[in-house]
Ligand binder design. Structure first.
Ligand SMILES: C[S@@+](CC[C@H](N)C(=O)[O-])C[C@H]1O[C@@H](n2cnc3c(N)ncnc32)[C@H](O)[C@@H]1O
Length: 349
């Protein structure tokens, strides 16, 4: 190489593309903030409205936790429209949901019985809908299907709606549409198993591609994208359950509670009304004072706000407050126990 050629080389190598980013954001705002055709894959798991049906029903109510606020069905068309907009041409979109929400989405998107020559079906947002992939929940060793909740055949599966923008072949045409994996078994809002998410990413992206999950929860999409050398952008309104291996990427002021060690035995707070009218036990009232719910005049604006939340959403709001409000130094044991409850997922009995 001649000296003149050497001088033409760039002075420093360009920085590698940012491998991963995590933001605290409303999913719809995050999507709106992204440029059109800027993402290679969307894989996400919104807190769909029908979770409230499961929570409101007999046995299931006792067996599920009330982790988060839900996104109403009428906002789902916006989610699909924005996903279509941000996806590059010839890309895929995977949406985890249950049977109820799958029906809602197909109706909203006017997915009819009429099929394109390739067998897929058109959606009104511009995507085409291929099919439901099933996550079959297994025992830990993967040996057999493990039933969950419900009285009409125990629920042992979840759906993943598979959409396409343009035309893209899957990387491995031999993968079946039933993906077997045990439940994730880590604390968090309906955490999906890494093995399932990894398959979806591996099937629909190439190394260096950008994977987006705007309702990221534990950030499993980021963990798996990173393992496969894909880039990722994750968002959630609450990063409390972010996988500790991603904590360094979270914004400095975000509370990544799962990364902290919970020492205290969990204890649920009493009914908020019992705090507001001071009929709760003294240690509970102390805890409520320490977290800013009570002052010398009684209920503070913070507690009033929680009391105003619809009863069905209230537990999620209380948990979220306790998880995300930064702990103060020397908190009473009772308040630390409430915070541990907010993280542990144990339900009000
Ligand atoms: C079903 S969970 C996602 C679980 C995730 N797939 C995992 O495997 O860990 C839904 C997530 O959506 C978040 N969420 C609820 N409303 C949101 C909103 N408007 N914008 C962004 N995130 C939201 C919740 O905090 C929760 O973490």
């Amino acid at each position: 190489m001649s000296e003149s050629n050497l001088l033409e080389l760039p002075f420093t190598a360009p920085p590698p593309p940012e491998p991963g980013r995590i933001v605290v954001s409303d999913a719809f705002e995050l999507l709106r903030s992204l440029a059109p055709e800027s993402v290679d894959l969307v894989v996400t798991d919104p807190p769909y409205e029908s979770l409230q049906i499961h929570r409101a029903r007999g046995t299931t109510t006792r067996l599920t936790t009330n982790w988060f606020a839900t996104v109403p069905n009428e906002r789902l068309p916006e989610l699909l429209r924005e996903t279509y907009r941000v996806l590059r041409p010839d890309r895929h979109f995977y949406l985890f949901c249950d049977e109820v929400t799958a029906d809602v989405i197909k109706q909203q998107q006017k997915v009819s019985a009429a099929r394109l020559p390739n067998g897929a079906r058109k959606c009104s947002c511009g995507l085409v809908y291929w099919k439901e992939i099933v996550w079959a929940k297994t025992t830990l060793d993967g040996g057999r299907i493990r039933g969950g909740t419900g009285y009409h055949y125990r629920a042992a599966s979840e759906r993943i709606l598979f959409f396409e923008k343009g035309k893209r072949a899957l990387n491995d045409l031999g993968i079946p549409d039933v993906l077997m994996a045990p439940r994730a078994g880590v604390p968090g809002p309906a955490v999906k198993p890494g093995a399932v998410v990894r398959t979806l990413i591996a099937q629909s992206t190439a190394p260096g591609d950008l994977v987006l999950d705007p309702f990221c929860g534990s950030g499993v999409a980021g963990v798996e994208a990173r393992a496969l050398d894909r880039r990722f952008l994750l968002g959630d309104i609450d990063l409390a359950y972010l996988d500790p291996s991603l904590a360094a990427l979270a914004p400095h002021d975000a509370i990544v509670a799962r990364a902290a060690v919970v020492m205290e035995e969990p204890a649920e707070p009493p009914e908020l009304e019992a705090l507001a009218d001071a009929s709760a036990a003294e240690d509970e009232l102390d805890a409520a004072r320490a977290c800013g719910w009570l002052d010398a005049d009684g209920a503070t604006a913070v507690l009033d706000e929680l009391l105003d939340v619809r009863p069905i959403e209230r537990e999620a709001a209380v948990r979220r407050f306790l998880r995300t409000e930064p702990p103060r130094p020397r908190e009473p044991d009772r308040l630390r126990a409430w915070r541990a409850w907010a993280l542990s997922g144990r339900r009000r009995s």
